[in-house]
Design a protein around this ligand. Structure first.
Ligand SMILES: [Zn+2]
Length: 243
């Protein structure tokens, strides 16, 4: 488990500490990857125990849809951004190479969990999350964006995420800092760097970026490396201060 470094309880899981057998070993939280439902249920219970509250896991569609969770443990609709302003509600963004991003707004106490893959970054999933948090502020609070903090979780890095040149150009036309090259010199995307840049542009001054690369680090799940594998989750709990 990696501490997200936010003012409320928030963390990113690794592969360690779960019940799943290979190739999902061991803390896989995804139900859609072919793992045993019993093992996934045990793993999700483990993650909820770490959170201290039942986690609502997002169902990603690689878009920018936002859903608000209001009941602890509620199964949310399909969306790539979950938000909550309800103390005691825990939300989780599932990923394995795509970028999980957690946000906290000190002005309201609201939190967000984002699944940001290539399509989500291109379309503005991070923008949607910040907008959703701003929507929960009063008009007076909206004039000053201070108070927002974000944590970017482990993801495939800009030296590993090879893509066709046309695809790189499509994303980089909106997010120039996404433009990257692999160690072999071929076109690549640096989604964590693009997200860090975009958060800064949106007025989120306090951004922590985890540098671990899912493809390079065997303690993390990587869809690009392994194909059939598990997923991690970035979890944030509304209203549980840790600092
Ligand atoms: Zn890498």
């Amino acid at each position: 488990m990696l501490d997200a470094g936010l003012p409320v309880r928030a963390f990113f899981t690794t592969r360690a500490g779960g019940s799943s057998a290979a190739p999902y070993d061991s803390l896989n939280v995804a139900t859609h990857v072919g793992d045993s439902p019993e093992a996934v249920a045990l793993n999700r219970a483990t993650v909820s125990a770490l959170a201290g509250a039942p986690v609502s896991f997002l169902h990603a569609e690689h878009g920018i849809r936002v859903a608000e969770v209001t009941v602890p443990g509620e199964d949310p609709p399909v969306a790539d951004v979950l938000v909550t302003r309800t103390p005691g509600v825990a939300i989780g963004a599932i990923a394995a190479d795509c970028v999980p991003v957690l946000l906290h707004d000190a002005a309201t106490g609201a939190v967000a969990a984002v699944h940001a893959g290539r399509e989500g970054v291109r379309m503005g999933a991070v923008d949607a999350a910040v907008a959703a948090l701003l929507d929960l502020r009063t008009p007076a609070q909206r004039r000053d964006r201070r108070g927002m903090a974000a944590s970017i979780g482990p993801a495939i890095c800009g030296r590993c995420y090879e893509v066709p040149e046309e695809m790189r150009d499509q994303v980089a036309s909106r997010h120039p800092t996404a433009r990257s090259v692999t160690r072999a010199g071929t076109p690549a995307l640096d989604l964590p760097r693009a997200i860090e840049t975009r958060l800064g542009e949106l007025g989120v001054a306090d951004v922590l970026r985890h540098r671990a690369c899912t493809l390079e680090d065997p303690t993390l799940f990587s869809h690009r490396r392994d194909g059939v594998t598990g997923r991690h989750v970035g979890v944030i709990v509304c209203g549980v201060s840790v600092r």
